[in-house]
Design a protein around this ligand. Sequence first.
Ligand code: ATP
Length: 136
Amino acid sequence: TQRTLVLLKPDTVRRGLVGEILGRFEAKGLTIVAMELRHIDAAMSDQHYAEHVERDFYPDLRTFVTSGPLVSLVLEGDDAIEVVRVINGATDGRKAAPGTIRGDYSLSNRENLVHGSDSTESAAREIALWFPQLAL
Ligand code: ATP
């Protein structure tokens, strides 16, 4: 079994899609291990997106993820990291396949509703950052 860090970004909360999106993860069989509604500041964004802070798109991404409350959660299950990324779909909502969260609900490359850890290393780092009380 595996754990992954998931964010339901501020567009999800603003659009009233928390229940819909959370329901997809639950229906798949993933277990919620921790969850919190939280409005993060720029410093937390910089830590979460440490690998992106120098990218040209990052200032706008930081403005977006700090624009309102988001839901952070840890999901657990077999191959949870890959399963969540398949359910989320491709980064750009315009290219994401129908049936995925982004494919069904996002028309944007930035406001793409969800985040999921992309490797076991980033899952460990992100879970420790968002839920230090869970550190293994
Ligand atoms: P996440 O890491 O959030 O699950 P991802 O792995 O599909 O998404 P990354 O390439 O890690 O995508 O980018 C992180 C986030 O930065 C994206 O989810 C999106 O919100 C934003 N982003 C990525 N590329 C762009 C871009 N070219 N323009 C604007 N925003 C972008």
